[in-house]
Design a protein around this ligand. Structure first.
Ligand code: ZN
Length: 184
């Protein structure tokens, strides 16, 4: 089944996610539904707060980037209780969008490489290093599990310029071609 995507103005997007317990009911089904929801809205990543569940859980399918980055050919993963514990010192821009902010695309600066510990969908502990688009998408989704969004990563000036647009969005004035909702 697919979930509606929670849009800007929904407080759950600003709430830090709870760790997922190993006996979380039907975790496999939730992960499956998150992938289905993500595909239905043409996203490459989706975090649990975006479907109204404040949990440390996100899914990514970056296989669409395989032409330019062949190592992403099988990059379809769930990240449970992830912790990014190391970042490279650089900061590179990349034009990001977010299903919870339909129609908004902004250049966001982030470190180009990360190291991350997490449980995969089989609850196996992983400790991995990523660069390129994978590092970018992981950092974006990881932010959601901390109650942050890409808007928080923009300069104060960019945020000021977006303020009225975001205000209108949180009152329901936006267009999205996928299922959305705002829950106050
Ligand atoms: Zn997002």
């Amino acid at each position: 089944m697919t979930y509606p995507i929670y849009v800007c103005g929904s407080p759950v997007l600003k709430k830090e996610g709870e760790p997922v317990s190993k006996d979380y009911p039907e975790l496999g089904k939730l992960i499956e539904d998150m992938f289905e929801t993500m595909y239905a809205s043409d996203g490459v990543g989706l975090a649990a707060p975006q479907i109204g569940k404040p949990l440390k859980l996100f899914v990514i399918d970056a296989t669409v980037y395989k032409e330019n980055e062949p190592e992403l050919a099988d990059f379809k993963k769930a990240f449970i209780n992830a912790e990014i514990y190391a970042y490279s010192d650089d900061s590179v821009p990349y034009n990001e969008g977010c299903l919870s902010f339909p129609g908004i695309h902004e250049d966001v600066n982030r470190p180009s490489r990360i190291k991350i510990r997490y449980l995969d969908e089989n609850l196996v502990e992983r400790d991995e290093e990523y660069g390129g688009t994978a590092a970018r998408v992981i950092q974006h989704e990881y932010d959601h599990t901390l109650g942050k969004t890409f808007i928080d990563r923009l300069s104060p000036l960019r945020r000021t310029l977006l303020k009225s647009k975001l205000g209108a969005m949180s009152k329901g004035k936006y267009k999205a071609d996928y299922k959305t909702r705002i829950v106050k």
